[in-house]
Design a protein around this ligand. Structure first.
Ligand code: NDP
Ligand SMILES: O=C1O[C@H](COP(=O)(O)O)[C@@H](O)[C@H](O)[C@H]1O
Length: 507
């Protein structure tokens, strides 16, 4: 938690940034409305992200007001108290200044009454602000089942008044549907109410520092023409969590790990790893390339899928005894294009495993004409660790220091904790909310991208739902089913043995 800077110095830093980014067209009175304000996501992610934006001067008193909306009967102070529970350690003065920006409005998600009241509260604040333009940002921290009715209410009662310039934007959270048909239905319902440029489909992985860095890494460097089937043998995109579905079994059981993690978070990472260079950094150019690569993915072969369910998952009373929902999956994607033909992309995610990490591991082919017996040392691997402890490292074979001409594996290492010691890496939600305020859709999922993503996974998901593919049991705290490592080996991944990393020290 940062602190210590005075509100005026925070404002100055924000002003200079605004100037650099030429955000003058994005000024005026800003209302941020968090729908589902009493819920988990709002408490744990949305309000803390708003606080951090405030703390850094990106949103400021006098310009912004925050409204919480939910069914619960709460007072302004009641909501503020809940939020401050998740902002422990924040300097008291700043926290209290931030909390004073928050108002609570209670109402249901499907009746005009509550939304009329909400609109009235926002309008009173706007009128008192004396601003020319009004910006309204709605954040739906809600279950997707209520998106259509809530969006209809926003459209009917709460749009930015046409008498004032400005905008209305809506952030929606995943899951966007359960399969291709349901996602398309949801997209059509929302599409009838809002234009695509007003909708921000959030995938918080796109707000992570090293995910955003993928584009820079690939397209701002000269050494990565190696990034193709001639040099790369296989690529793994891995998500591991060392805790189970604790308390979320009821939700999780309806979705499973493929819908929860792979179809969205890992597939977005896949897009950035596999797509071609966009024409420019314009959001539409980037998203065009993502759609293209998604459309080049071949149908998934059932023999290139391993599903697992950890022992004890069904002990949760909200999970049915006969559940076949996977808590672990390893799925091989194959891309039918000139760059990637023949290179397996192994997308692997699991809960209740032996470690927590998310990474991209690019494994290169064996060295041809191997005079140094490199094969024994292991292949070159380029690892981009998204979390925890952000890092990029390339495992390389080098001469072992000494008199002998011996080799060993070492690493070219960019550990963020070492290289950027005084830099605070922002939370994903912080960035993405700021992007929405600025109208930058680069890191949000476009409708056709979502459709292409569901097209890849829907046949597999239907087979799982129909019980045609079974989840094998695995021990909590393990690596997951051994069948997953066997699948990786079968499609070409060669595990390196004997590599030991010695963390660098400052001395
Ligand atoms: N800057 C930094 O912070 C750096 C840190 N390191 C650290 O050094 C250690 C070793 O690095 P590295 O070799 O890259 O990473 P790991 O040893 O974590 O993993 C190497 C690969 O082996 C796989 N693997 C692990 N166990 C098995 C198994 N039993 N069967 C089959 N496959 C297996 C992993 O799969 P899976 O992903 O499924 O686990 C992964 O693909 C790590 O702890 C790493 O974080 C190294 C370099 C730089
Ligand atoms: O979207 C989700 O992500 C979290 C993991 O997010 P991370 O930023 O901590 O990696 C996961 O626990 C949850 O099941 C899923 O819905």
């Amino acid at each position: 938690m940062s602190g210590g800077s005075s509100p005026s110095s925070r404002r100055n830093s924000s002003n200079s940034l605004s100037r650099d980014l030429d955000l003058s067209s994005e000024q005026g009175c800003l209302s941020i409305i968090v729908l589902g304000a009493s819920g988990d996501l709002a408490k744990k992610k949305t309000f803390p992200a708003l606080y951090h934006l405030f703390d850094q001067g990106f949103i400021q008193s006098g310009e912004v007001h925050i409204f919480g909306y939910a069914r619960s009967n709460l007072s302004d102070d009641g909501l503020r108290e809940r939020i401050s529970g998740y902002l422990k350690g924040a300097p008291e003065e700043e926290l209290s200044e931030f909390l004073q920006l928050i108002k609570y409005v209670s109402g249901s998600y499907d009746s005009g009454e509550g939304f009329e009241k909400l609109n009235k509260t926002i309008s009173e604040y706007e009128a008192s602000s004396k601003s020319e333009s009004y910006r309204r940002l709605f954040y739906l921290a809600l279950p997707p089942s209520v998106y259509p009715s809530v969006c209809k209410m926003i459209r009917t009662y709460c749009m930015n008044p046409s008498s004032h310039p400005g905008w209305t934007r809506v952030i929606v959270e995943k899951p966007f549907g359960k399969d291709l048909d349901s996602a398309e239905e949801l997209s059509s319902q929302l599409g009838e109410l809002f234009e695509e440029h007003q909708l921000y489909r959030i995938d918080h992985y796109l707000g992570k520092e090293l995910v955003q860095n993928l584009l820079v890494l690939r397209f701002a460097n000269r050494f990565l023409p190696l990034w193709n089937r001639d040099n790369i043998d296989n690529i793994q995109i891995v998500f591991r969590e060392d805790f189970g579905t604790e308390g979320r079994g009821g939700y999780f059981d309806q979705y499973g790990i493929i819908r929860d993690i792979i179809q969205n978070h890992l597939l977005q990472v896949f897009c950035l790893v596999a797509m071609e260079k966009p024409v420019s950094l314009k959001p539409e150019h980037i998203r065009d390339e993502k759609v293209k690569v998604l459309q080049s993915v071949n149908p998934i072969k059932p023999e290139e899928v391993v599903l697992g369910q950890y022992d004890g998952y069904k002990d949760d009373p909200t999970v049915p005894d006969e559940s076949n929902t996977p808590t672990f999956a390893s799925v091989v994607l194959r891309v039918h294009n000139e760059r990637w033909e023949g290179v397996p992309f192994i997308l692997k995610a699991g809960k209740a495993l032996n470690s927590r990490k998310a990474e991209v591991r690019v494994q290169f082919k064996d060295v041809p004409g191997d005079i140094f017996r490199c094969k024994k040392q292991g292949r070159n691997e380029f690892v981009i660790r998204l979390q925890p402890s952000e890092a990029m490292y390339m495992k390389v074979t080098v001469k072992k220091p000494g008199l002998e001409m011996a080799t060993e594996q070492s690493e070219l290492d960019l550990s963020y904790g070492m290289r950027y010691q005084n830099v605070k890496i922002p939370e994903a939600y912080e960035r993405l909310i700021l992007d929405t305020i600025r109208g930058d859709q680069q890191h949000f999922v476009r409708r056709d991208e979502l459709k292409a993503a569901w097209q890849i996974f829907t046949p597999l998901l239907h087979d799982i739902d129909d019980g045609k593919l079974k989840a094998v049991p695995y021990q909590p705290g393990s690596r997951g089913p051994k069948e997953a490592d066997e699948l990786s080996a079968r499609v070409g991944y060669v595990q390196t043995h004997g590599y030991v990393w010695i963390p660098p020290t400052l001395a």
